[in-house]
Design a protein around this ligand. Structure first.
Ligand code: ZN
Length: 363
């Protein structure tokens, strides 16, 4: 694909079908997980400390825009501002879309920021290999693979969210600006956050699925796909009543859960610690069994030392599951219900289940 075509994105690529096919043939031959792994490593090594307001954060935004253009998209930025501890921050979500013809869309999201430094911990070198270089890496490979589809039945909207670590601010901003039409026509929001470090690979629905089982439909399809692919995947068993079986929490998915079905991916272990998904492993070599937001442990070297090969394995497995999922929804092999707003229901259900949760920061 020429540089000019890449810059102009899909409006032109759709016309120049032969260009799309050439690009597609290349993308399909890629080894599963290769791009996801490469990008996970790149963000870890070159863009550590990409918290709100940081230079690395800005560099990350430039880099991600470029990668999406490389894959044939014409990304746009959605800006938002907020105050935190007396400072004003200007951050962005990065949005890249492959338009489809059905009028419906699938959102695939991952946050790119890392947790900011606190009074007691300097996080300017936080690689965030698990949280969330991994989600960004898998998102980029999915975007690359979707760019190779000959036809897009539904639109695929890839969103890299800013300011997740300080309260899901980028995702909340996106949801607040969704029109009723966009909400009604969103099939599912797939959230990719912290995909590597943990004893198990999970696929969860949003909290609302606890009260309306049909919202767990896409989780169940993804679990079936994992089984077919021989990938060990589980869903939150619900040992803690504050986090009902089959549902996840504590990331951008919670911004979307009140309005659209959610399918959330994360590696952790929901059966240990406080049974809240925050304790990731029972391996005694990991302090407190968790790596969240800790520069000493959420990095390539530590993860590779404790679980050799896991970075490669998990990025590949999640890429495989979601590429298969997206391909089946797009081909019609997975049917999509007619849009029906879940907003009314979400209001009726309220925030049931949240009240007994321990105060924890976002993942
Ligand atoms: Zn995260």
């Amino acid at each position: 694909m020429t540089r000019v075509v890449q810059r102009l994105g899909w409006s032109l690529v759709a016309i120049a079908a032969s260009v799309t096919l050439t690009s597609g043939a290349n993308a399909i031959e890629l080894t599963y997980g290769a791009t996801a792994l490469e990008e996970t490593r790149y963000l870890s090594l070159n863009l550590a400390g990409r918290s709100i307001g940081s230079e690395k954060g800005e560099e990350t935004v430039t880099y991600l825009n470029q990668r999406l253009r490389d894959f044939g998209y014409a990304p746009t930025e959605q800006s938002f501002s907020f105050e935190r501890a007396g400072e004003t921050y200007d951050e962005v979500n990065i949005i890249a879309e492959r338009p489809g013809t059905s009028g419906k869309q699938i959102i695939i999201g991952a946050h790119y920021d890392t947790a900011p430094s606190s009074a007691t911990l300097d996080r300017s070198n936080l690689q965030g290999t698990n949280d969330n270089s991994s989600g960004v890496g898998v998102l980029l490979e999915l975007a690359q693979r979707v760019s190779a589809y000959e036809d897009a039945r539904h639109s695929f909207k890839f969103i890299l969210f800013g300011a997740e670590e300080v309260g899901l601010i980028g995702a909340e901003h996106y949801v607040e600006n969704m029109s009723e039409d966009e909400i009604d026509n969103t099939i599912v929001m797939i959230n990719l956050d912290s995909l590597i470090f943990g004893d198990k690979l999970y696929l969860n629905a949003g909290p609302s699925a606890a009260n309306r089982s049909s919202l767990g439909r896409y989780r169940d399809i993804a679990l079936e796909i994992a089984q077919e692919l021989d990938i060990a995947a589980e869903t939150n068993p619900g040992l803690n009543p504050a986090y009902p079986a089959g549902t996840g929490c504590c990331s951008d998915l919670e911004a979307f859960d009140p309005v659209v079905p959610v399918l959330a991916a994360e590696a952790t272990n929901w059966e240990i610690g406080d049974l809240d998904g925050y304790t990731q492993t029972s391996d005694p070599r990991v302090p407190d069994g968790r790596t969240w937001h800790d520069p000493a442990t959420d990095n390539l070297e530590f993860i590779e030392e404790i679980f050799p090969g896991l970075i490669e394995e998990r990025t590949r497995d999640y890429t495989l599951i979601f590429d298969t999922f997206l391909g089946r929804v797009n081909s019609g092999a997975v049917s999509v219900p007619e849009p029906a707003s879940v907003v009314g229901l979400a209001i009726a259900v309220g925030l049931g289940g949240l009240f007994t949760r321990k105060q924890q920061g976002p993942k």
